[in-house]
Design a protein around this ligand. Structure first.
Ligand SMILES: NC(=O)c1ccc[n+]([C@@H]2O[C@H](COP(=O)([O-])OP(=O)(O)OC[C@H]3O[C@@H](n4cnc5c(N)ncnc54)[C@H](O)[C@@H]3O)[C@@H](O)[C@H]2O)c1
Length: 347
C-alpha cells in the first residue's frame, strides 16, 4: 500500500517473509539501529545490502534517552553518513521512535526505513510519522513529525515475541476496531484463536486493517493541527495515567485497554453514550484477557499525571468516545469528572 502525504510517499508492505523479497537500493549506505532481542534476525537485512553500519541500543525505554540519540549522531558523523544515505530502524516502538527522531534531524533529514518487530510497533508506533526521545525522565519531550519512506511489516518476526507483547499490540488493534472499524471488531471476536496462534493470514489481516485505519486519520491530520488525529487517543487519557501510576510496569497496550473501559464507563455515566457500547468494549478486552493488576497503580501518581495531561485545555480534556462500534464523537470533559471516573474505575 502506498500512502501519499503532502510531500512524501509512504510505502507499507505487510505479510509473512515479505522482507526476503524486497530489494534495497545499494547505491547508498545504511545505518541500522537495532535492539538485542532481534540480533538473530539482522542477517535478513544485512545480506541484502553492501554498505552498512550497525548500532545496538539498550532494551526498552532506555533506547530513547536523548544521550543515546546524540551518541548515534556522533557515530554517524564519524562514519561519514551523508544526506543521501538512510537509517533502518529494526526493533520495537522504542527503536522506531528513536530512529525516526534521528532521521528527521541528522543533516536536516535523511531517508528512514522502519522494520518493526513488535506487534505494537507494526500497528502503531512505526506508522504515522510521530517520534520522540526522552530527556530527564520526561517521555517524548523532544520529538518531531517525520514520515518513513518505507515500512516493512514482516509477520514472521512476531513468532519470537513474548505472548504479553502480542497482547500489548492487540490493545491498539482493539482500539481501532472499537472507535472506527466495526468489521475489524467482528473479525477480532470471530477469530481469536487463530490470531493468538499467529496464523499468518489472520495476523496480516488485522495488521492491514489497523495500518489502514491509522493512516486514514494521519492523512487527514498529519501534524495534529485540526484535531482529527485526536481520535487515536481513545483510552489514552486514563490509559496514560495508569501507565504513569504504575511507573511503566503496566505496558502501554494493557493500560490503554483498561483506559478504554474506564473512559467508556465515564461516557455512560455522563449520558453521552449507551450502556450497550460499554458492554461491547468490556467484552472484547476481557475476551482477549488483556488484564491489569490494579495493585500496581499508585493512584496519587496517576491523578497527578492526569492533571498534567498535555491534551488538557483549561479545565477540560477532549476525549473521543465510541457512540457505536466503529463510530466516534469527540467530547470535551471536565477534568474533575475524569478524575472521579478514574478513581471509581481503579478502586
Ligand atoms: N510514535 C508513535 O506513534 C508511538 C505509538 C505507540 C507507542 N510508541 C512508543 O513505542 C514504545 C513501545 O514500543 P514496543 O512496545 O514495541 O516496545 P519495545 O521497543 O521496548 O519492545 C518491547 C520488547 O520486545 C522485544 N522485542 C522486539 N521485537 C522482538 C521480537 N521480534 N522477538 C522478541 N522480542 C522482541 C524488545 O527487545 C523489548 O524487550 C514506547 O516508547 C512508546 O512511547 C510510539
Amino acid at each position: 500500500m502506498i500512502y501519499r502525504l503532502n510531500d512524501k510517499e509512504v510505502n507499507i508492505i505487510i505479510g509473512k517473509d515479505v522482507l526476503n523479497n524486497i530489494d534495497l537500493n545499494n547505491d547508498r549506505k545504511y545505518f541500522i539501529i537495532y535492539q538485542n532481542n532481534v540480533w538473530d534476525k539482522i542477517k535478513i537485512i544485512t545480506s541484502k545490502i553492501k554498505n552498512f553500519d550497525i548500532y545496538n541500543v539498550p532494551d526498552g525505554e532506555m533506547a530513547k534517552d536523548v544521550y543515546v540519540a546524540l551518541n548515534i549522531i556522533k557515530d554517524m558523523v564519524k562514519k561519514e553518513f551523508t544526506r543521501k544515505d538512510a537509517i533502518i530502524s529494526f526493533g520495537g516502538g522504542t527503536v522506531s521512535d528513536l530512529s525516526g527522531f534521528l532521521a528527521s534531524v541528522y543533516m536536516r533529514g535523511i531517508d528512514l526505513i522502519n522494520i518493526p518487530t513488535t506487534l505494537l510497533s507494526m500497528v502503531d508506533a512505526s506508522i504515522g510519522g510521530k517520534n520522540g526521545v526522552n530527556f530527564q525522565g520526561i517521555k517524548n519531550v523532544i520529538g518531531t513529525f517525520y514520515q518513513p519512506s518505507m515500512i516493512i511489516n514482516d509477520t514472521s518476526f512476531l513468532y519470537s515475541l513474548p505472548y504479553n507483547e502480542i497482547l500489548n499490540g492487540l490493545g491498539e488493534v482493539i482500539k481501532y476496531s472499537i472507535i472506527m472499524d466495526k468489521n475489524l471488531y467482528n473479525f477480532l471476536i470471530n477469530n481469536k484463536e487463530k490470531i493468538l496462534k499467529l496464523d499468518d493470514e489472520n495476523v496480516s489481516y488485522i495488521i492491514n486493517k489497523s495500518v489502514d485505519d491509522k493512516m486514514k486519520i494521519v492523512l487527514s491530520d498529519e501534524k495534529e493541527t485540526n484535531g482529527l488525529r485526536s481520535v487515536l487517543n481513545f483510552g489514552h487519557t486514563i490509559g496514560h495515567a495508569i501507565e504513569s501510576g504504575s511507573k511503566l510496569k503496566i505496558k502501554h497496550g494493557f493500560a490503554i485497554s483498561y483506559g478504554m473501559i474506564c473512559e467508556t464507563k465515564l461516557g455512560v455515566d455522563l449520558n453521552l453514550i449507551d450502556d450497550k457500547i460499554f458492554e461491547m468494549v468490556e467484552k472484547i478486552i476481557k475476551f482477549y484477557e488483556i488484564n491489569i493488576d490494579k495493585n500496581d497503580i499508585d493512584l496519587s501518581i496517576a491523578l497527578n499525571s492526569l492533571r498534567n495531561d498535555k491534551k488538557r485545555f483549561g479545565n477540560k480534556i477532549t476525549i473521543p468516545l465510541p457512540v457505536d462500534i466503529g463510530n466516534y464523537k469527540i467530547f470535551p470533559i471536565e477534568i474533575e469528572k475524569i478524575e472521579k471516573a478514574m478513581i471509581e474505575c481503579l478502586s
